[in-house]
Design a protein around this ligand. Sequence first.
Ligand code: GLN
Ligand code: ZN
Length: 764
Amino acid sequence: MTVIHNLGFPRIGKQRELKRAVEAYWAGELPQGALLQTGKELRSRHWALQKAAGLDLIPVGDFAWYDQILEWTCLLGAVPARFEHAATADVDLDTLFRMARGRAPQGKPAAACEMTKWFDTNYHYIVPEIQPNQSFRLARTALLEQIAEAVEAGYNVKPVIPGPLTWLWLAKGEAYTQGATDAAKLDLLPALLPVYQDVLARIQALGIEWVQIDEPILAVDLPAVWRDAFKGVYSSLQQGSLKVLLATYFDGLRDNVSVLNGLPVEGVHIDAVRAPEQIAAVRAQLSAEQVLSVGIINGRNIWRTDLDKVAQLLKPLKAELGDKLWIAPSCSLLHVPVDVEGEEGLDAELFSWLSFATQKLDELQWLRALVDNKVDATVEAALEAQRKALKTRAESPRTHNPTVAEKVGKLTTLQRDRAPFSERIAAQQARLNLPAFPTTTIGSFPQTQDIRKLRRDWRSGALSDTAYEKEIRAEIERVIRFQEDIDLDVLVHGEAERNDMVEYFGELLGGFAFTQNGWVQSYGSRCVKPPIIFGDVLRVMPMTVAWSQYAQSLTTRPVKGMLTGPVTMLQWSFVRDDQSRADTCRQLALALRDEVHDLEAAGVKIIQIDEPAIREGLPLRKADWDAYLQWAVDCFRISTSNIENDTQIHTHMCYSEFNDIIEAIAAMDADVITIETSRSNMELLEAFENFHYPNDIGPGVYDIHSPNIPDQAWMVELMRKAAKRLPAERLWVNPDCGLKTRGWPETTEALKTMVAAAKELRQA
Ligand code: GLN
Ligand code: ZN
């Protein structure tokens, strides 16, 4: 039979058991022994489940208390000095947690390590920190214990570890100013590889046949020195009879495929969902003895696979490769929810279209039966059900809406180009009459326990629509009066009615569905529940107009309408796979456009469309950036097409690297952009300065992620720095993101100080 295996299973548990246990431990409510026990139970449950699905090799090493890269960094003993960890001691759990989040039940608090996105996913890993004289040693044995645990329990274990080159690529350090690509990091290999050799020797001693070494950097643009390093590194990792499966995913190898030429590994795993076209090129590099693991069940999405179609692709390969062909999901299943079973809120039809991690393993087993021509009655029944589901999905009137098709057909007639900015801003200023250095906030105000309870009670039916509306209106009024009292210039309604900036809109749009338990780990104990875009997106009714109109009726100052942009909604959802992402995004843009026009008609003078996710949608390869940016920017412009010159469009982005996409940001042509720069002392404005960014900018003057109150002089200083780089008349004064995670006392003080800073600037 063809070997089937899995690259990793979600560790959080179907009911987010790991999250609960870890958070209780942090809060001092759960002893460490009980936490360890929860981890053990989750691992053994997930191994059993994978074995029951017929997998030949069970991954071990996919479990992590916070993050798998952090686990590995601790195993390597690469603990930054500020955590004051004894140079010979094992890295314990609390040290790991202090690295992740700055504190733990035991040990001195210290600044947490940086966290960033794992390739093009929404998962965040803890960035390894290194220095030129970095030493490494085997300093944490949790992985080896887990392997022993699984071997003991009788599983055919395949340990999964991060590759040395990927780990180094992800690592940062003050000395390494080039960032990821810095070739000087490769000088650490002689120190690093002995630990890898030691670990592999111990793995072999546990009776293991295969180890999976992940090198996802093979899917990104690699400088030649990094590519050239592979051969030496993997030669040095050969370890007796232990076989290495080198795993890549998230994109094709493309120009990195030459790395495989003569590479001393026993097998290679590739992502044939993202890049099916690479199969031939990869095969051409492999010898007859090497295994090709084809990742063909999508590990990044939640739709049932067309197994007949996939089997057609695999059968000729099987005929040629025989037992050297393995099949697997495209990447670790970390990026999908655990189990669709029990999702009672979904109707039966939609339910039948979905496949979460547990279902994907079943699919893998059925696929093998197809490829091996060993379909028995049970599998046939399962395949029949799957075929039926796919058919209903392809033919469903719910996925194709003629109203949407008609709107999409008229896309070319929309007026995306607005009048020149100078004309617009003059018209807007005549209407808004704002002072120099106008002050505003990003949208949300503190979401107190009371507000959360209000929404909960309304959802559960404990609170009537009328009562709920009355309470939200009262909250809006409080927020408006507060902003008037502290003398802000452009107000917001506060977003008290929103639990989440995508979910709120998704629930009001046609084509979206929501699960009750479809959690995916985002970072550490934090999980998100991405909406599912299953059909054509249509706005059925206004979504924000009544709240915005009410807020505006309370004051003579302008109140911003507040929307989430099309790209951000796309990026933070599971997106249908039966049409291009660009097409789905255009539908979202059209739906938002309706809202923008209704807001405009209701007399809302300023509309903010948040696009915090536009940058994270960038493809892994630079060669693909332009195509993406073109449709992403176009979608923003679709949502603001055909509006009046004197309607002011704001956008907000809360990431900090603008340099490489500044042209696209300018092409969005928002009248005002508010961004994060306070943490870098305005250095991030450099891109806007060099590019001569023409429109208005609000560089965040304080970091809302910290409870600290910034002082007035410091904010004035920051704005003066900004004014050296950009024309003062183009500048706005605002915090760097929404305030929903903050408390009222610090928000009040910080904003009062910010307004005072703006007034001081106006006098100068
Ligand atoms: N308007 C949103 C808020 O203020 C923006 C959130 C974000 O940038 N992620 O909360
Ligand atoms: Zn933000």
